[in-house]
Design a protein around this ligand. Sequence first.
Ligand SMILES: [Zn+2]
Length: 277
Amino acid sequence: MPELPEVELVATSLNSLVKGFTILSASLIRQRLAPDVTPEVFNLLITNATINFVHRRGKHILFDLDNSKTLISHLRMSGRFSLLTADSEDPKFTHAVFHFGGESRLTFDDQRHFGLMKIVETCDLHAAEEIAKLAPEPFSDDFSIKYFREKLLTSKRSLKEFLLDQTKVCGLGNIYASEAMFAARIAPQTPANELSAVKAKRLFESIRVVLQEAIEHGRRSGVDPENLEGGYFSGEGKRGWRVYDREKQPCVNCNSPIVRLKQGGRSTYFCPRCQKK
Ligand SMILES: [Zn+2]
């Protein structure tokens, strides 16, 4: 699933591509993509609305419209937006299409069928179920070391599982959780409430560093308007991960083999030498 930096790249790309575009009509092809409404209502709610701003909250992409509504969308496993012209066919598994003037259109396709859309009043966005429960944005003042320590103390779960909980820390998934714990030199099995103040501060800072690095890496990589997916860009090319998906490969710090561990059904990668309990 795309994590904060990937969703950030998709949202900022969409903003530069479709901001100011007016939706002439919207086709909800797979109704379960937006389970709260019928295709007729979906179309009615956003037809003739102009896209004011596309941004992100957590891993949700938000289209603020000029009719006081916001379209919330989540890519989940395989959702993808494509800005297409009249000459291009809809991608396979297209579940929604937003038609603009000049025969351009934005499609949402989703091979795995886990994507979600929802239309809410913009003024009620903060209260929408998906948004209300999210932890503060990691780069906001609300996400402070004080907040982070308080939340750590409420959880007996492993640090890895704690970091994936979007109500505690927002935006991390399997990859950036592993990368942040590696950067902070902390064992992923540590119970959250047993983390010392010093380590908590180190982890807090590492979360911001790994996310920021990945966001900047994303900004430098070009995007294809016809393929706005949440693919992991940081693992590709020269940069690569420091620890994620590197089982049995040498640690970049100490050359010890990286170990893969199953936590909450998901793989965690770590260096047992650098990340001692
Ligand atoms: Zn190491």
